[in-house]
Design a protein around this ligand. Structure first.
Ligand SMILES: *[C@@H]1O[C@H](CO)[C@@H](O)[C@H](O)[C@H]1NC(C)=O
Ligand SMILES: *[C@@H]1O[C@H](CO)[C@@H](O)[C@H](O)[C@H]1NC(C)=O
Length: 443
């Protein structure tokens, strides 16, 4: 067999050594030609044929031991030492070369005789025995009778070299591609993650992965959105929800007073009122709810924002009580001559800030006599001119609020009805003592 040694630039004859006689059957089968079994190290070790074979090289040739055989070189060949020669042939040392024992059969190149006596040839795996000339960047692939050099996956042969393929040029990745020697990786834009095929990108549901939304999170393609519950608005940071001060938006949200609360607002009413719905205030009728403190001898008078207890019997001399809230001056009593014949107590309540003029109370004669004629006037309690009387006909008149009034305050008006009967020369006076409560508010 001819072997070219690059370091020596000489083609030399590699002489296979003969099978050693008298070796144990075990080592015979274990080691190929040129090796012997080393029971101590439990492997085949090279036989130094230069020592074991007398006169291994003829004539002027010098013997140089070599793995699995030996070399005969001209004495003039510049071989520095045995060990250097060996390393020049192969580094690291190759495993045992093919068994060449069966000399009775000739095998084609790349094949070697099979087990002794069979007379068949088997392929030599040049890659295992490092008989290939593949570059370090290449992979050796054994083939029947030979081998070939192949570039690893991700590399392409250009000339003799294996050059990295830039897979990114072939649009393997949905988003971004990062080339690397022999390979590539796909990367995804923020908000996406690599699918199981390592190439596509799938949306990340940030909401289920701890997105920093303070209240509501909505996943969208590639990102997410924070939203706030009603009554909150999203901060400029996009995550935080800030309470909306609804009360600052409008003064009409509540009839009386708006109170801002986290996420909402509520309306409150002044004392003596209760909420009607969410924003309106309604007077509490303490007289109907038993929230009053009036005694049995008193009447409970409700008005806007409160109530009043008044004595059922309010009649003073010379008046005598004839009914609840009704006093009579007996006509027989001389003290009654210049006094109204009757005084009736009435109570009413109005709100502040009523538009004016405003009809607030209608006076009606209770009994009508034929030929009677009634006139009405405000006898007292209207010193500021807040009220006037508008006569409707001869039995009724309307009390009109003439000027805007604000509470809380109260007026006690004596409304007098003068009845004349020209036929009977009859004239009488009766008074309606009207207490007008003006609440503190416009409701
Ligand atoms: C994707 O990459 C991972 C990690 O490198 C790997 O385990 C997996 O087999 C790859 N999947 C596919 C389909 O290539
Ligand atoms: C007053 O009204 C009554 C009842 O309508 C009527 O009978 C009477 O004549 C009227 N008097 C005058 C003076 O109009």
């Amino acid at each position: 067999m001819m072997l070219c040694l690059f370091s020596l630039l000489l083609c030399l004859l590699l002489v296979p050594s003969r099978q050693q006689e008298g070796e144990s059957p075990n080592s015979f089968t274990e080691c190929t030609d040129g090796y012997e079994w080393d029971p101590e190290k439990q492997h085949c070790k090279d036989i130094n044929e230069c020592q074991t074979i007398p006169d291994a090289c003829k004539g002027e040739m010098k013997c140089i031991n070599h793995y699995g055989g030996y070399l005969c070189l001209p004495r003039s060949a510049s071989v520095i030492s045995d060990s250097q020669t060996e390393s020049a042939i192969h580094d690291p040392p190759p495993p045992p070369p093919p068994n060449t024992e069966a000399q009775d059969i000739q095998c084609p190149a790349g094949y070697q005789p099979d087990s002794p006596g069979l007379g068949t040839c088997v392929d030599v795996d040049e890659c295992v025995y490092q008989l290939d000339d593949c570059l370090p960047s290449q992979e050796c692939v054994n083939a029947p009778g030979g081998f070939h050099c192949k570039c690893p996956d991700g590399y392409r042969k250009i000339g003799n070299e294996c050059v990295d393929i830039d897979e990114c040029r072939y649009r393997y990745c949905q988003h971004r591609c990062v080339n690397s020697p022999g390979s590539f990786t796909c990367q995804c834009e923020p908000g996406f993650q690599l699918a199981s095929n390592n190439r596509s990108c799938v949306d990340v549901n940030e909401c289920s992965m701890g997105a920093p939304c303070q209240q509501r999170c909505y996943n969208t393609y590639g990102t997410f959105l924070c939203r706030c519950n009603q009554g909150y608005e999203l901060d400029r940071d996009g995550y935080t929800c800030n309470d909306v001060d609804e009360c600052s938006y409008s003064s009409y949200l509540c009839q009386h007073q708006c109170v801002n609360e986290p996420g909402r607002f509520s309306c409150i009413c002044p004392e003596g009122y209760q909420l009607l719905g969410t924003r309106l205030c309604q007077d509490i009728n303490e007289c109907e709810t038993d929230a009053h403190t009036c005694s049995e001898s008193q009447n409970c008078i409700n008005f806007h924002g409160g109530y009043r207890c008044v004595e059922k019997n309010r009649c003073k001399e010379p008046y005598i009580q004839v009914a609840d809230n009704r006093c009579m001056c007996p006509s027989g009593n001389p003290l009654c001559r210049d006094e109204p014949g009757s005084v009736v107590y009435r109570y009413m309540s109005i709100t502040s800030d009523r538009s004016v003029p405003s009809d607030i109370f209608q006076i009606q004669a209770t009994s009508v006599y034929p030929g009677a004629y009634n006139t009405f006037q405000i006898r007292s309690g209207n010193e500021q001119g807040d009220f006037y009387i508008r006569q409707i006909n001869n039995i009724s008149a309307m009390l009109v609020l003439a000027r805007p009034v604000n509470g809380p305050q109260e007026f006690v008006l004596d409304l007098e009805m003068l009845t004349s009967n020209s036929l009977l020369s009859y004239r009488s006076s009766s008074v309606l003592r009207l207490t007008v409560f003006v609440g503190g508010y416009a409701f």
